[in-house]
Design a protein around this ligand. Sequence first.
Ligand code: SF4
Length: 354
Amino acid sequence: MSWDDWKWQLQNRITELATVQKSIELTPEEEASFTAAQDRFSFSVTPYYFQLIDPKNPFCPIRKQVIPRAGELIQQPNEKEDPLAEQKFMPVKGVTHRYPDRAIWYISHVCAVYCRFCTRKRKVSSPEETPNRKEWEEALNYFKTHKEIKEVILSGGDPFTLSDANIDYLLGKLKSIEHINHVRIHTRHPVTLPMRITESLCEILGKYFPMYLVTHFNHPKELTEEARLAVERLVKIGHVSVHNQTVLLRGVNDDLNVLSELNYKLIKFGIKPYYLHQCDEVFGSSEFVVPIEEGIRLMFALRGRHSGLTIPNYVKDLTGGGGKVLLSPDYLLEKKGTSYIFQNYNGDRYEVRH
Ligand code: SF4
């Protein structure tokens, strides 16, 4: 076992304050709140992702994503445990079926790294939330009997924490359901554990062409040589179509040059920038939230200067389960207090809060 082995990386994850302190100069505020914040939502980082942290810079964008902070313990009035109401639309354990044509299946609640802004921190990192084999069959049966479902999105946690054999089994079952048009996988492993994207995993994915994968790079520092090789394996061996969703995060990527470099590098690696997400209103996330007008200003600047291929759609998932809306500068009508009123090309109006 070694650095390049994904199982070694998982087994050697950094989970303790004392281990962090050996390598990183934490601020007094970080030290004081670490344990309480970790009790609220697990702390865990792979050695690979940990070494991307600048040990002396408290503003390091990697550190900001993974080191617990006091702000996570404060719940603002607009923040929810389950901001997207995923539990409300759950017909069987582990499946959210909100829109008729697609369903999300949370096949793991484990991740290589726990991101402090995670929308699903209410359940991610809790092993008991991960569906068991009996619950897999119940979910598969639900997909079989609901012929309106055209797309299944494998999500989590991280689906790639499952073994190759289990991934092969689940993809085989899904692909054998005639009315399912395609399968999409949401994974952050190309970012936090690129060694998980092995040739053998990619050969399995290649059996189920076409396969769509959405990953989650937030900063150009994450686009390392290891990540580049992982994406190359996905594309060349797995024949996977790779997309990226970035969450707009204060102090991480709320900067024109950072977003520009990120998007160009993604394209260079073979990844299409897909979404720029407004941070969800999940409890303890307010330190990460960038005002929508600032997001719109950044999108305007990106669109004016850069290749259309590098431009993601700026979106927000409405709190309460209303679905995703486009925060296009073209649709913004007015700002009313803390709300923004948008009108899309159909004439539909929608109100989005900060
Ligand atoms: S990898 Fe995704 S699911 Fe896991 S903690 Fe990060 S944001 Fe949440």
